[in-house]
Design a protein around this ligand. Structure first.
Ligand SMILES: [Zn+2]
Length: 280
């Protein structure tokens, strides 16, 4: 039985003892010490943490998580507890270690918890927000009736190519010498193509054309939806935006620097480009 997450929002009744307890503290998740492999083998079950979780702490039903272990609901809490036998692990470090389904569950929990915590009060009237009465993933203001849903920030990321070369950049925030694809958040009113043209112009000063969509990926660390593209270099000398880009260069696909880890869309775009050039 393969690993599967069936997302859902509405849970009625008590939490089953065997439910998966996804306990998060910002970008960290509580996992079983000395465990490896599938997320299901690393996550605590509700009955193991029951004594550490006060019943008044709100939780979110994330859906049914099934696989070789059977099928159990997954619930998410935002808590900082330290029960014996469990450790806190940065979710980012799990990207290359978990299956896409396991990472998907953690990413969803992280975003829903962050959204819930930052929407305690209504942005319109200041009244207290409550969970949606019929279990929709929404928070509702009783005084004015306003409702909010989890917010997703669209972001574009692209491989700009020039023959056998691809343009990669080292952001000033990268501390490990890594080069990645250029990326940027969409602004209100922009199409994805407009964002890409603007970001590439701002960050490295070059012009692009022939923009092709490839794939997308949810990126929970900034509640982003990454839209991955390929585009062709047209003109311009590379001029790095001072405060954001430390260096940017065209690299031959057989002589690449340190690039992002597998599991990221940046890496998927790079790998796809290499595969296409090798067969060209
Ligand atoms: Zn309100």
């Amino acid at each position: 039985m393969t690993e599967l997450l069936q997302p859902a929002t509405h849970w009625q009744g008590a939490i089953p003892k065997q439910a998966f307890a996804v306990v998060m503290d910002g970008p960290r998740v509580l996992l079983r010490e000395h465990a490896e492999g599938l997320l299901a083998d690393r996550l605590p079950r509700y009955d193991e943490l029951f004594w550490h979780i006060e019943s008044s702490v709100p939780w979110h039903y994330m859906g049914n998580f099934s696989g070789p272990w059977g099928a159990e609901p997954a619930m998410a809490w935002s808590l900082s507890i330290a029960p014996d036998g469990f450790i806190w692990v940065d979710v980012r470090s799990l990207l290359a270690l978990l299956t896409p389904v396991g990472f998907d569950l953690l990413g969803r929990c992280m975003q829903v918890l962050e959204w819930s915590e930052t929407h305690q009060f209504c942005g319109r009237c200041g009244g207290p927000m409550q969970a949606h009465a019929r279990g929709e993933r929404a928070r509702v203001c009783a005084p004015c009736g306003s409702s909010v849903y989890p917010r997703i920030n669209p972001c574009v990321i692209a491989i700009i190519s020039r023959g056998d070369e691809l343009l990669l950049a080292q952001a000033t925030r990268f501390t490990n010498g890594m080069y990645s694809a250029l990326a940027g958040f969409m602004e209100a009113g922009e199409s994805a193509e407009q964002t890409l043209i603007r970001e590439v112009r701002e960050e490295v000063g070059v012009e692009i054309a022939n923009i092709r969509y490839h794939a997308s990926q949810s990126w929970p660390f900034s509640s982003s939806l990454m839209l991955g593209f390929f585009a062709d270099y047209v003109s311009g000398e590379i001029v790095c935006q001072e405060d954001e880009i430390a260096d940017a260069q065209f690299f031959h696909y057989e002589q690449l620097p340190v690039v992002p880890p597998k599991g990221s869309i940046a890496r998927a775009l790079i790998d796809q480009f290499i595969a296409e050039r090798k067969h060209a």
